[in-house]
Design a protein around this ligand. Structure first.
Ligand SMILES: [Zn+2]
Length: 478
C-alpha cells in the first residue's frame, strides 16, 4: 500500500534577506576559511574587512553550535543569547577562530550542516557560517528573536576551502581550492570523488554507494521528471538545477529521507532497509520529492517569490498535486488508482483533522505546517476543476505572469483568487476555497467534500468518511 509520503520531509522556512550592495559581488566584508584538522574536527577562521563588535549567526534557529563549536580567540565571547548564536568582542576585532565538530545529523528547522556520503564524499552547508553585524548585544536583544527586525543583512562573505578531492559547487568542478560567495541562504559545497553528470536541465552528483537498482535508474528518472515538467509548464528552466543525493546505507527499518531545496540545489539524504532491493515505496517517495522540489523551481521562475507561511498552501499544494500526478503517470491501471487512492485518502484525512483546529492560513502557527501540503493539494485540484478549459499549469503560468508585474512579485492569496477570476471561476467557486483558507469551520470534512464536488471531482467516501475515489487529474506532457 502506498503510504503517506509527507511525514518525513522537513519544512524549511527560507530566510530571505535583502542583499546588500556588496553582496552582489565585489569585495567581501568577510572571508571564512574552513578545513579539517588532524583530529577530525574542523577549523573555522573568520577575517573581517572592518573591525566587528558583535555578530549573530544568520541561521540560529537550532542551537546545535553550543555543543559543537568552540571559540579559540581571546578577547571574545561566544554563546546563545536572545535566540541567536552570538559572538561578542571585548574590543572591536578583525578576526575570530573556532574549532568545530562537524555535525552530520539532520537538525530540526534547518539544513544538515555537514552531509556525509557513503562513498566518502562530503557536502558542506555554507549558510551555517553566515554572520550579521550589530553594534552590541543590546542591538541583538532588540531583534526580539526575529531577523526581520534587523536593519542590515549578513556580511558579504566568501567561503574558502582547499581539498585534495574535486570540489563541486553550483554545478561547476574546482580542483584543489575554492572561494565561494554565500548568496541568500547559501548552498551546499560538495567535496568528493563522485563526478557531476550534466543533463539539459540539471546536473547531478550521486552517491556512488547507492544500491545498484537505484543507481541504474535514477538519472533517467530525473530526466523524465524534468522533461515532463518542462512539457507541462511550457518552458525550460533558465538555470540548471543541481541535485545531490547522499546515501546513508541500509541500516534502520523502513526508509528515511530528509531533504530540502536551496534555490536551484535539491539535496536529499536517504537510507534504510527498504533500499536494499527495488522498492516501490522508496522509489515513489524519491520521485515525489524531486518532482515536488523541481516544481518549486518552475514556480519561482522570472523572479516570482513565495509569500509567507499563511499563503504556503498555494505553492506547496500545487507542487504536491503536480508531483503526485507525475508519480501516478509513471504507473498503469490498478497500480495508478491504488497509489492515488492511498495518497489522497490520507491527504483528505490529514487536512480535515488540521482544519478542526482553525483556518488553513493559520496552520503553520498551529504547528500543522503539513496541512499546507494536504489541504493545498486538494485546493489545487479543485482549482483545476473550477477553471474553464484551462489546466492548473496554465493557471500557474498566468499567476507567475501576474506576480512578476508587481513591485513585490509575491504569489499570495489575493493574486490567486484574482487569477481564478480571470480564468472564469465564479465567485461561488472561489468562496468554496476561501472558507477553507480563512474560516473556522464547524465541519471541515463537509466543506472539503463540498469544494471537491463543486469542482466536478466526484469524490466518493466509505462509511467511515474516508475518501476512497475521486476524479483526480493525471497530467502528462506529449
Ligand atoms: Zn515544497
Amino acid at each position: 500500500m502506498p503510504r503517506p509520503y509527507l511525514l518525513l520531509i522537513i519544512g524549511l522556512i527560507s530566510t530571505s534577506f535583502m542583499l546588500s550592495a556588496t553582496a552582489q559581488g565585489g569585495k567581501a566584508d568577510a572571508v571564512v576559511e574552513i578545513g579539517p584538522m588532524e583530529s577530525g574536527d574542523w577549523k573555522v577562521s573568520y577575517e573581517f574587512a572592518e573591525p566587528q563588535s558583535a555578530l549573530a549567526f544568520a541561521r540560529s534557529r537550532n542551537d546545535y553550535r553550543s555543543a559543537t563549536w568552540t571559540l579559540e580567540t581571546e578577547g571574545a565571547r561566544f554563546g546563545r543569547a536572545f535566540d541567536f548564536d552570538v559572538i561578542i568582542f571585548d574590543e572591536p576585532a578583525k578576526a575570530v577562530d573556532f574549532s568545530i565538530i562537524p555535525l552530520t545529523s539532520a537538525i530540526e528547522a534547518d539544513y544538515t550542516p555537514f552531509v556525509t556520503f557513503s562513498d566518502g564524499g562530503l557536502a558542506i552547508y555554507e549558510g551555517q557560517f553566515s554572520l550579521i553585524p550589530f553594534e552590541d548585544l543590546d542591538a541583538i536583544e532588540a531583534l526580539e528573536g526575529d531577523l526581520d527586525n534587523a536593519e542590515t543583512g549578513p556580511l558579504a562573505m566568501d567561503v574558502k576551502l582547499t581539498s585534495d578531492k574535486p570540489i563541486i559547487v553550483d554545478g561547476d568542478v574546482h580542483d584543489g581550492a575554492l572561494t565561494h560567495r554565500i548568496r541568500g541562504d547559501g548552498t551546499y559545497i560538495y567535496m568528493g570523488d563522485s563526478e557531476t553528470q550534466t543533463f539539459d536541465s540539471f546536473a547531478v552528483v550521486l552517491d556512488q554507494g547507492l544500491p545498484d537498482w537505484l543507481q541504474a535508474r535514477f538519472d533517467s528518472d530525473l530526466e523524465t521528471i524534468f522533461n515532463q515538467l518542462e512539457g507541462l509548464w511550457g518552458f525550460e528552466l533558465k538555470d540548471k538545477a543541481t541535485i545531490l543525493l547522499a546515501y546513508k546505507g541500509t541500516g534502520g527499518q523502513g526508509f528515511s529521507a530528509t531533504g530540502g531545496a536551496l534555490d536551484n540545489l535539491l539535496m536529499m539524504e536517504v537510507g534504510g532497509s527498504e533500499f536494499s532491493k527495488a522498492n516501490f515505496n522508496a522509489l515513489s517517495y524519491l520521485q515525489w520529492f524531486f518532482a515536488h522540489e523541481a516544481v518549486h523551481l518552475f514556480q519561482t521562475t522570472g523572479g516570482a517569490e513565495f509569500a509567507g507561511d499563511s499563503d504556503a498552501w498555494i505553492h506547496e499544494g500545487a507542487a504536491n498535486t503536480m508531483a503526485y500526478s507525475f508519480v501516478a503517470a509513471q504507473l498503469e491501471g490498478e497500480d495508478r488508482e491504488k497509489f492515488l487512492a492511498g495518497v489522497y485518502a490520507n491527504a483528505f484525512k490529514e487536512c480535515a483533522a488540521a482544519l478542526e483546529g482553525g483556518p488553513l492560513k493559520d496552520a503553520a502557527k498551529r504547528d500543522s505546517f503539513s496541512a499546507n501540503y494536504s489541504c493545498g493539494d486538494l485546493i489545487a485540484q479543485a482549482t483545476d476543476g473550477f477553471l474553464k478549459r484551462k489546466t492548473l499549469y496554465e493557471f500557474w503560468n498566468r499567476l507567475l505572469q501576474n506576480a512578476v508585474s508587481l513591485d513585490q512579485p509575491q504569489v499570495n492569496e489575493s493574486l490567486y483568487f484574482t487569477t481564478m477570476q480571470l480564468f472564469g471561476a465564479t465567485r461561488a467557486n472561489r468562496n468554496k476555497i476561501r472558507v477553507i483558507v480563512e474560516e473556522e469551520l464547524d465541519d471541515p470534512a463537509e466543506a472539503l467534500a463540498d469544494m471537491l464536488e463543486s469542482a466536478g471531482l466526484e469524490p466518493e467516501f466509505d462509511g467511515k468518511g474516508n475518501l476512497v475515489k475521486m476524479n483526480w487529474p493525471v497530467y502528462a506532457a506529449e
